[in-house]
Design a binder for this molecule. Sequence first.
Ligand code: SAH
Length: 385
Amino acid sequence: MNAHSDMRVEADVAVKVNLLDFDRPALEAFFATMGEKAFRATQLVKWIHQSGVVDFDAMSNLSKKLRVELAATAEIAFPEIVMDRESADGTRKWLLRLNDGNCIETVFIPEKERGTLCVSSQVGCALDCTFCATARQGFNRNLSIAEIIAQLWIARSALGWDMGDDRAISNVVLMGMGEPLLNFKNVVAAMNLMMDDLAYGLSKRRVTLSTAGVVPALDRLREVSEVSLAVSLHATNDALRDKLVPINKKYPIAELLAACRRYIDGQTSRSITIEYAMLAGVNDSVQEARALAKLLRDIPAKVNLIPFNPFPGSCFERPDDEVTERFRQTLIQAGALAFTRRPRGDDIEAACGQLAGRVQDRSRRHERGRFEIVAAQQSQQAGSQ
Ligand code: SAH
């Protein structure tokens, strides 16, 4: 080790970089600063994200000198698992505590043909959708790249590192807590790692970002990524959507749907998932089903109906199954593709819109979410008993 690198090691000792914060290009840049070749980044990415190995000493194809240097300057640090619960239907939910004490949730949903991991992108959420538990706790902060990718790493560690066709986690959806497009840079980098063949190797069809409709960010996403897109529509007219998804006041339905068309422009084989939470007596009429089909007439889209998942203090109700089925049939008769998302893991509060996590240092604005936060704490305590 020369005098120069000695000095650098000393200077960095206090604050080690978390290598989970780097996608492959960033890791290549990091190794370049160490005077190492780019292939080192590939080796490290494979160890961490394909083999689940995070002990530098076990990385046998790195030289002893490099391992020592890495251990001195860098770390591979994860949030702490404070709760790990499994639902009667096999859905599994992890409550993860971040460095600053905030907690987030990650959910695994096994199905016959696939296993989907639902990943959070923010602590809390700023968008204030009236039917979502996460909104109740307000917005706290964006997750780092490390905190996003760690959710996949932790789930893979629990479920297995097999990369074959029957891998446990075949799909990732950015549908956990937060609005992913409001944490653009970190979400894009984390998704790049998910899709990197030398890391998790998921195809772009199997990584889906769900947005409430941040139109300018949606256009930016189109420029830098090819992930699949889900859009939370939930209403067919602006008056209602303004109330349910308040960001609609800024980017109304027509603008949002125009951005959807731009997103898949020219990619004939792609389609957009339209999420529609079924709220009894609010947006579940046959007329609305017809209006929805009409809105989507010129967009390659499939509609996912999500029967409302209640949470403590929520003021909506789930419609009867027949109402949801009538809505779906109406869509199909009008030429749309429509599916109903079966509620999964609602016995462990893991269903859509039930993720509450836990926020530290709540401002008074977040006080109204107290009920949910207390409930999350209680269920955490119950889980650890
Ligand atoms: N911020 C992103 C991700 C949110 S969660 C977005 O808005 O798309 C994923 C989906 O669950 C969204 O469509 C969201 O509107 C929906 N959702 C939220 N709360 C719900 C609830 N209580 N019942 C059913 N779906 C809900």
